[in-house]
Design a protein around this ligand. Structure first.
Ligand code: GDP
Ligand code: MG
Length: 684
């Protein structure tokens, strides 16, 4: 229930009419209605009044007193509020309940407690007790408003009210004597015949008597009134009969609530109930609920409940912004990107969420505050930790890619040294991983990146090993190609000569070229950091391939047409030319048959020479079979297909027979031709 209409009757202090009407905070608000229900809008009302974020920098004051003793009038004058004032002409009762308004130009919550005095109206005293509990649990200063003529009337209504206040206070703060409240008595329609000092003494004696008469729990028997209350007294002249004086005194009284330098400034720190402003609404509502349910008001428990509720709320608000920030980087990380400066961002989000939380929550119950802070940190870490782990994974991938790229680029360079290139790329890769990983790791976390680095190292090693194997293979292939080129001509020459030492010569070429190739391999392999085993295997491969290349060359040179050509040439050289290389002209007396047979037999012997690699020098045979070709190669295909013994056979026996018969036919043709030439010469 809000009433925003300006109250022309006594609601505005002198001289500030216009200003006050414009102050948004001046709306009064009924926090407890006549049905004893608590408002649901106090929090938003406090925000509206600008008090919500004042921390502890606010004060609470409540007024108590009999009906129609000018309480609302007093508050409106002193605090610039606009509480309802009874219409003089109709003398209607104002609504029962508790109203609140913000004091003008001050951080003060002013509570107008209507109808506190049930006795006077012959009603039950339930509301009196409840509102006293409620007011004492939240207010620093309790104004006790009474007419001068009520003073000293110990049996009067006021004294009943005071008894309730003292009783209730004992049950609330009995054990915590550090909670003090100021009871400020405002004596209305003060005439002046009895000095204020006398009135104060009477009231003090009365209230002391009430205190003494209270039945106190055993452990509080010795408790003194002054342990819990400060008493103060002020007298106000008649509002209508001494209007000017009344206004003057009201202005003086206002100073005691506004001016911190005033010697009678009422809001001492010890009166403050230490409820942060942003928790006041929740706190008051809870207090009222407890009071309504007639439960014992355990203030420490209430404060802890308040702290739990508010710390949760504050954490939720603080987390909302944090989650928003973190969400923004989640996607790119899931997509496999390395987020530049992720650690810096995370540090910033984390410190921001904590400072947002600390700013508001640190005012609450210490244990609850730090417990909830631990919870908050756990939530924060549970959001950040996947980002960190994702970043590490992406970093791992990115570093590996860069490593491969740099390694291959480095190897493309002239005279590049494999080992140097790989070491440089590897070092760079690790440095960039570690740098970025350290950046992303939050110092106060138990996060680790070392495991991921270990994985990266393993992959780098397997990549570089694979690359080394590829490069070695390429090198062996290159050497093999060169080998083929180098043996080609010399082997051809030696196979053409077909001397008795032909195979020794061919194997000599093989040996010499292979030696050079092996030396070349070893000199290059040094830069690859190959292990001895790898070298042994590569060399074995190289030797076998070299042998196979030699065999291929031999096969090429002993293919049917080539070999038949060689045989023909050999035969011709012996049959058609004499020892001096001069072409023969056959005469009838010449021994054609003898020459033919000799040349033919000599040539047929060659087939046997070509048919098998059979060096004259047995050392050669041993060297190739036992030494060079027994080591195992990595190349499994080579391994399976290779059979040194059978590779020594160049021409099978059938092939030998076939070639022999084909050669004989060729030779026979030459014989016939030679015979014919003598016949024709005779004929001439
Ligand atoms: P409340 O019920 O205690 O809040 O009293 P109100 O402020 O509504 O005032 C009740 C009546 O007392 C109104 O008619 C006021 O005009 C009148 N009144 C206010 N202040 C004074 C005062 O100082 N002296 C006298 N005699 N009457 C006052
Ligand atoms: Mg009133």
């Amino acid at each position: 229930v809000r009433a925003t209409a300006a109250q022309p009757n006594g609601s505005i202090p002198n001289g500030s009419t216009k200003h006050n009407a414009l102050v948004a905070g001046a709306d009064r608000h009924q926090i407890i209605d006549d049905q004893k229900n608590f408002t649901s809008e106090l929090a938003s009302q406090l925000k509206h009044w600008g008090l919500h974020d004042t921390g502890f920098d606010y004060d609470v004051v409540a007024v108590f007193g009999s009906q129609s003793t000018g309480k609302s009038t007093l508050l409106n004058r002193v605090f610039g509020t606009n509480f309802d004032v009874m219409d003089e002409t109709r003398r209607q009762q104002t609504t029962k309940g508790i109203w609140m308004c913000r004091g003008q130009d001050m951080n003060v919550m002013v509570m107008d407690v209507e109808g506190t005095d049930g006795r006077e109206r012959g009603e039950d005293q339930d509301f009196e007790r409840k509102s006293a509990l409620f007011s004492l649990a939240s207010s620093e200063v309790l104004l006790i408003n009474l007419w001068e003529h009520q003073v000293g009337l110990y049996q009067g209504a006021n004294m009943g009210l005071l008894k309730t206040v003292l009783e209730v206070n004992l049950s609330l703060f009995g054990k915590s004597s550090n909670q003090r409240t100021l009871l400020l008595f405002v004596i209305r329609d003060f005439i002046g015949t009895t000095p204020l000092a006398n009135l104060s003494a009477t009231l003090t004696a009365d209230i002391q008597r009430i205190w003494d008469s209270l039945s106190k729990p055993t452990d509080l028997q010795e408790a003194k009134l002054t342990d819990y209350f400060d008493l103060s007294f002020v007298a106000l002249p008649h509002k209508i009969l001494a209007a000017d004086k009344f206004e003057n005194e009201v202005r003086e009284l206002r100073k005691r609530f506004v001016d911190k330098t005033n010697e009678n400034y009422v809001f001492k720190p010890s009166y403050h109930k230490r409820i942060p402003a942003d928790g006041v609404a929740f706190y008051m509502e809870n207090i009222w609920e407890q009071v309504q349910a007639n439960k014992d008001l355990d203030l420490p428990t209430q404060q802890e409940l308040l702290a739990q509720f508010r710390c949760d709320e504050i954490a939720t608000v603080a987390l909302a912004e944090f989650n928003e920030q973190a969400k923004f980087q989640k996607r790119p990380i899931e997509l496999g990107r390395v987020v530049e400066g992720l650690g810096g961002m995370m540090r910033q989000w984390k410190s921001a969420v904590l400072s947002r939380y600390d700013r508001d929550a640190s005012r609450y119950h210490k244990d609850v505050y730090s417990r909830k802070r631990t919870d908050l940190l756990a939530v924060v870490d549970s959001v950040l930790s996947p980002l960190f782990l994702g970043q590490l994974k992406n970093l791992h991938k990115a570093c590996l890619v860069t490593f491969k790229k740099e390694m291959l680029e480095g190897l493309r360079g002239e005279n590049s040294n494999f080992a140097d290139v790989v070491t440089a790329a590897k070092d760079k890769c690790e440095v960039s991983f570690v740098t970025a990983a350290k950046e992303a790791r939050l110092e106060d976390s138990d996060w680790v990146w070392e495991d991921e680095l270990e994985l990266l190292r393993e992959e780098v090693k397997s990549v570089s090993d694979q690359c080394r194997a590829d490069e070695t293979k390429k090198m062996v292939n290159q050497i093999e190609r060169n080998f083929k080129k180098q043996i080609s001509d010399p082997v051809e020459v030696h196979l053409n000569v077909a001397s008795a030492r032909m195979w020794d010569e061919v194997l000599g070429v093989y040996r010499e070229t292979l030696d050079k190739s092996e030396a070349l391999y070893l000199s290059k392999a040094q830069t690859f950091n190959c292990t001895d085993e790898e070298n042994a295997s590569s060399l074995a491969t190289l030797r076998r391939r070299a042998w196979i290349a030699l065999r291929a060359k031999i096969d090429e040179q002993t293919a049917d047409p080539v070999l038949l050509g060689k045989l023909r040439t050999h035969f011709e050289e012996r049959f058609r030319y004499d020892e001096d290389g001069i072409p023969r002209v056959w005469k009838p007396d010449d021994d054609i048959d003898g020459a033919f047979k000799k040349a033919k037999d000599q040539t047929l012997e060659l087939i046997s020479l070509y048919s098998r690699i059979r060096p004259q020098d047995p050392e050669n045979a041993y060297e190739f079979s036992a030494d060079t070709l027994t080591a195992h190669s990595d190349d499994h295909q080579l391994e399976e297909e290779f059979d040194f013994e059978s590779s020594l056979t160049v021409l099978s026996e059938t092939k030998v027979l076939d070639l022999s018969s084909r050669f004989r036919k060729d030779a026979d043709a030459y014989y016939v031709e030679a015979k014919r030439s003598t016949v024709s010469s005779i004929a001439q």
